[in-house]
Unconditional design. Structure first.
Length: 311
């Protein structure tokens, strides 16, 4: 294999404090490379080198040595490329951030092998001659619009997944709901789990997993009959915002699964889907160490809903 078969290498120069340490120790300490990733790269010819020579993870290094990790380029061969338009918000060698429209699922699932965001992204990369595997850091429900972050290498995926687990990725959402939350801003700290009688539904239950949602009311409509709420997640449980807003007595407009009792109203019809938008995301770029933030404007369908509610 040649260097062109690998992604851009991760490099670290051994400092005096690392002299005599094992390769794996230096890479874990300096770059946070996981043992799982090391176990993969060490099997390839150029996966793990010191001063250009192939080494084992247990080999010792000396001050001034150049240690490099190379990951083989991969394709998502199980995902059919399709010319589905995607809105690219940001892209570099390490990340792709897209603004997902409502009505499209992120990743192929049983019964949904085509027409997904993944199919469109794989086609986009193929057209550009890039060999990249589709690795989303998080997902959005089919009928939620907004920002989705996709890692372009295994290392970036690992690093961002760790940020997600640590709660250092800031994800903010905008929702249109029935009623006004009381108080107008606060935190919902209520555990969530599957409904034992309907496993596809999530409910607030003492036996559930820790789930924390911060919210603030951005606008109130029609004497408090509806409102626009900004939300920030500390945890990322399935359907968390929808479940927590229903728990507050303010279900999302247009939500088929967790909507208000009594059937559809005019606002539901205008929305045409759950009125939820992932409007911003911010985190530390794994390769540059820079804190970066991105925002996606309110899509047309939710802007129509806002205009209707303002009436």
């Amino acid at each position: 294999m040649s260097e062109s078969d690998y992604y851009k290498p991760l490099s670290v120069t051994v400092e005096e404090r690392d002299h005599g340490q094992q390769v794996r120790t230096v890479l874990e300490r300096r770059l946070g490379v996981s043992r799982k990733l090391l176990s993969r790269v060490k099997l390839t010819e150029l996966g793990l080198t010191v001063n250009g020579e192939r080494v084992y993870t247990s080999d010792r290094v000396s001050t001034g040595d150049l240690v490099q990790v190379r990951m083989e380029k991969e394709r998502s061969d199980d995902i059919l490329p399709e010319p589905i338009p995607i809105e690219v918000v940001f892209e570099d060698d390490d990340l792709l951030i897209v603004n997902k429209p409502a009505g499209i699922i992120v990743h192929p699932t049983h019964g949904h092998y085509t027409g997904t965001l993944a199919n469109g992204v794989v086609h986009y990369w193929q057209e550009r001659g890039e060999m990249v595997r589709f690795r989303p850091i998080h997902r959005l429900d089919e009928h939620t619009s907004g920002l989705v972050v996709i890692a372009k290498t295994p290392y970036v995926h690992q690093q961002l997944s760790e940020q997600l687990q640590a709660g250092t990725i800031e994800k903010r959402y905008l929702a249109f709901v029935y009623g006004n939350p009381e108080p107008s801003e606060g935190t919902v700290n209520e555990p969530i789990d599957r409904d034992p009688e309907r496993p596809h539904i999530r409910i607030v239950t003492p036996e559930g997993y820790s789930s924390i949602t911060h919210y603030e009311t951005a606008a109130s409509y029609n004497e408090g009959n509806a409102s626009c709420v900004r939300l920030k997640l500390e945890t990322g449980r399935t359907h968390q915002i929808r479940v927590h807003m229903k728990f507050l007595g303010c279900p999302l407009i247009g939500d088929e699964m967790y909507g208000r009792e009594g059937g559809h109203g005019p606002a539901d019809e205008v929305a045409g889907r759950q009125a939820l938008h992932a409007e911003s995301i911010a985190f530390t770029h794994p390769m540059t160490g820079e804190w970066m933030a991105w925002k996606a404007a309110l899509p047309e369908d939710l802007q129509r809903l806002a205009n209707f509610l303002e009436g």
